[in-house]
Design a protein around this ligand. Structure first.
Ligand SMILES: [Zn+2]
Length: 372
């Protein structure tokens, strides 16, 4: 891990309790290598909403805010940490996908000629999982085996970017486990919460929050709070049967919003450690915060030793993908509630597509962890 530990120790002295002066902002430039130009949605080709500028705007605003200390990380996550969250076959597929990309695009060019982005492989045929469906080695074709939608195209640098994002999450968990900080912000891109044990989709390839939460289990139970607009179907799949991780998700009702097939309130898991709070389209601050306050007693009763937040800003009122009506100030109020748990907390960047506003939303959120 490329972290200057002495430097960190100097800057992250506790002021009192769990408040601190500067929050580590973990960043990697590897995300720039992954930049699909288009996505296919409901039969339309539209610009790819999950773009590199999202992260750069957040980084720039947070650096200017004086709330953070930027720490650049390399690709340092151990493979074993990724394999705690994901199927080995899926990880191998993703890691070697750039080679397959060359093979598929050159040998089956006809299938890709219509693609407006010749640099990315867009899965388009998905198996209903059964023993009849196999991924044959060196098979040609559109490689939809590990995907549930068309929103996670693979390019030559996708694995590096995804592994780089997972490295930030892992490094953040390391900082917390070592006691060097009580709050850290991993500026992950691509996001991760739609990536499950053996499936990818929704801009997500590797589940950064799940990798961090698995690592933090070394110190005891973990509460993973997902406040992205969309249900964290991938995270839920990973922790469905894990009794010492409480997964709480506030999100748009899957009756009306992506990912449609999960996130309903009756999905609680075999240990009762899954809490889903689907909210109606157009939900505003008052109802959102009330829903958050409703789950707070369950989080406290679980007695976690640390908190991971899947931090999506697509609940913002101007987000082009969401319908919620949260304002910039709402994020400060959410963060105050998270800070009130007084537990070591790792923030993992997920969605948020109002690109020009993301910086101020991140600053508003993070200010909730700083003593006024
Ligand atoms: Zn989202």
């Amino acid at each position: 891990m490329i972290l200057r530990r002495k430097y960190l120790r100097k800057f992250y002295m506790m002021r009192s309790d769990f408040e601190q002066t500067l929050i580590p902002l973990l960043y990697s430039a590897l995300h720039h290598g992954h930049a699909p130009s288009v996505e296919y949605l409901h039969g339309k080709t539209i610009p790819y909403a999950e773009q590199p500028q999202r992260i750069e705007n957040i980084r720039s605003a947070l650096e200017k805010s004086g709330l953070v200390n930027l720490e650049e990380c390399g690709d340092s996550v151990p493979k074993s940490a990724i394999l705690k969250a994901h199927d080995a076959g899926m990880v191998e597929f993703l890691e070697t996908a750039s080679d397959r990309l060359n093979q598929v695009m050159h040998s089956d060019a006809a299938a890709y000629r219509p693609s407006p982005d010749q640099n990315y492989l867009y899965p388009s045929v998905f198996p209903v999982r059964s023993s009849m469906n196999r991924l044959r080695e060196n098979a040609r074709g559109p490689h939809g085996f590990y995907f549930f939608d068309t929103e996670a195209p693979i390019g030559r640098e996708t694995w590096k970017a995804a592994s780089g994002a997972a490295s930030l999450a892992y490094a953040g968990a390391e900082l917390i486990l070592s006691g060097q900080t009580h709050v850290a912000y991993a500026l992950c891109r691509p996001p991760g919460h739609h990536a499950g044990i053996d499936f990818m989709g929704g801009y997500c390839y590797v589940n950064n929050a799940a990798i961090a939460a698995h690592h933090l289990r070394a110190a005891g139970k973990v509460a993973l709070i997902d406040i992205d607009y969309h249900h964290g179907n991938g995270t839920q799949s990973i922790f469905w049967e894990v009794p010492d991780v409480l997964f709480i998700s506030l999100h748009a009702d899957p009756d009306t919003d992506y990912p449609y097939y999960s996130g309903y309130a009756d999905e609680t898991g075999p240990h009762g450690t899954i809490i889903n709070k689907p909210l109606p389209p157009g939900t505003g601050e008052t109802d959102y915060l009330a829903a958050f306050d409703e789950v707070t007693p369950s989080i406290r009763a679980f007695e976690p030793r640390s908190v991971v937040v899947s931090l999506g800003f697509d609940t913002y009122q101007d987000d082009p993908l969401g319908t919620f009506q949260l304002t910039a100030n709402t994020y400060h109020k959410i963060a105050r509630r998270v800070a009130a748990f007084k537990l070591p907390t790792l923030l993992i960047q997920e969605g948020g597509y109002a690109v020009e506003s993301l910086g101020k939303l991140a600053v508003s959120f993070l200010s909730g962890f700083i003593v006024p």
